[in-house]
Design a protein around this ligand. Sequence first.
Ligand SMILES: Cc1cc2nc3c(=O)[nH]c(=O)nc-3n(C[C@H](O)[C@H](O)[C@H](O)COP(=O)(O)OP(=O)(O)OC[C@H]3O[C@@H](n4cnc5c(N)ncnc54)[C@H](O)[C@@H]3O)c2cc1C
Length: 314
Amino acid sequence: MLGETDLFRVFVDDRFGGLTDGTPIMNMVIVTEELSRACAGIALAFAGTALGAIPIILSGNDEQKQRWLPDVAAGKKLAAFALTEPQAGSDAAAVRTTAIRDGNHYVLNGTKQWITNGGEAELYSVIALTNPAKGDCRVPVENCLAREGTGFITAMKTFDVSRPGVGAQAVGIAQGAFDLALEYACTRRQFDAPIGSFQGLRFMIADMAMKIEAARALVYATARHVDRQPKERPTLYAAMAKCFASDVAMDVSVDAVQIFGGYGYMHDYPIEKYMRDAKITQIYEGTNQIQREEISKVLIGGFHSRRSATARAA
Ligand SMILES: Cc1cc2nc3c(=O)[nH]c(=O)nc-3n(C[C@H](O)[C@H](O)[C@H](O)COP(=O)(O)OP(=O)(O)OC[C@H]3O[C@@H](n4cnc5c(N)ncnc54)[C@H](O)[C@@H]3O)c2cc1C
């Protein structure tokens, strides 16, 4: 059903069946946010496909884009991005899956896990090593993106572009939880008054709303930056947007459960699902510990290189 909505076109260039107007990441962010506001699971089928297609958009040649992207844009094929392995989670460089050249094919051999859209997707961007081993999944040589030896950098560049999408998912989840909590606070009565009339909850509601707006502003600003400066690596802001927005989603959804009281804890009410869905945004596409590592690496590395440059100039 999602495939019939034309939503997959928004992040694909119009030369390859998409609708993009030069703002593919902003478009992806807005669609992801709005879907997540209603259901993070459906949103993930969309965002996982964008994640699987981004390596092709960033590193594919025109022939490869023409071969694969129109079906993604038309919603005919889901895509997936396969990096994680049992021993390679946060330590993405520890992947062991191999891609060994055998005539006109690569033979893929290894174990990937937790791949969003895995099994459902018909198009997989797989990160593998091109060193010797035996295997059983044959992939034509012409499917190699960019050239051998560039897979890891393509994966990292993919995260630079896709992490604002996780941020958007988090903003949508936070907004969805907030909408329900606000309605409940205005309608549930205790002590002969709506619970939203008590200062303890009024201030909680104000804080939730401020955090959501701050997260949305950072995610949108990052998406705009990625669209306007496609040649510049937005690692710093992509990590900040993902990390900040997912922390906000976690805080806001926990507060939303609190506003619902005991009902918030029950599976029967949707609010508990928002809290669980918020949690995964702090984990995938690099945990928030890894985001903070990346942010501090850019900032501290930048400080040291500026200081060396000043010393050299003096
Ligand atoms: C629902 C779901 C969907 C997913 N979808 C995909 C997908 O589509 N494609 C894909 O490739 N992967 C996917 N993943 C995998 C996901 O990206 C990894 O789970 C994530 O990167 C963390 O790896 P890990 O689970 O192995 O945790 P670990 O790396 O084992 O980390 C465990 C804990 O240690 C901390 N830690 C690890 N290293 C450091 C460090 N250097 N400094 C501080 N703390 C550290 C982590 O932050 C975490 O708290 C998905 C996972 C889930 C659960």
